[in-house]
Design a protein around this ligand. Sequence first.
Ligand code: HEC
Length: 178
Amino acid sequence: METSGWRAELYRLTLALAFLALVLSSSVALAATGDANRGEQLFTGSQAMANGGSPCIACHALAGLGTAGTASYGPDLSGLYADYEAEGVAAVLESLAFPSMEAIYTNRPLTEEERLDLTAFFAQSAEKQPPASQSLAGLILLGVIIVFTLVGLSGLRRFKGARRPLVEQAKKQRGVMQ
Ligand code: HEC
């Protein structure tokens, strides 16, 4: 029964991968809950932060914001969403615990709505670049389909392999020789 052992193992692995793909695609969906336009206004400062924090653009550049987006004290945030994913961005925005930013935001934290809106804005600007998470989820799903097909085929071969001698035997018993 060794064969069924590795097949069960493979199925378990496949299920784990399918789950991972599901989590990845839902993290993309999570970003859709904020308002990207409002996020952009918060980023650029055309709308003030509720608790008085500085707009991010004071220090950060972000591709697609024209000449206004060329600040260079902080790192360019264009690749932020691709690097961190929705949960990562949400976590970063919750604490903003970077040395140069702590002084500003520790006592002026972003509200939950502001964090969601900024996350949606980062997600939207990431769409202008290849959305890494979506293609990764797609790749994993493709892998899952391939594994299922292979496992299915190997089962089919096993079935045929077990059946053939039985058929031969039955033919012999009836005296039908080939
Ligand atoms: C006072 C200038 C300043 C402001 C305002 C500011 N940042 Fe920063 N930020 C920095 C600097 C400088 C760094 C680099 C790390 C450090 O030195 O603290 C940084 C780092 C970051 C990082 C980490 C980047 C990475 O590649 O890991 C993120 C994310 C970030 N900032 C997001 C924001 C967001 C979102 C806002 C607006 C809510 C914002 N920052 C406002 C100066 C600023």
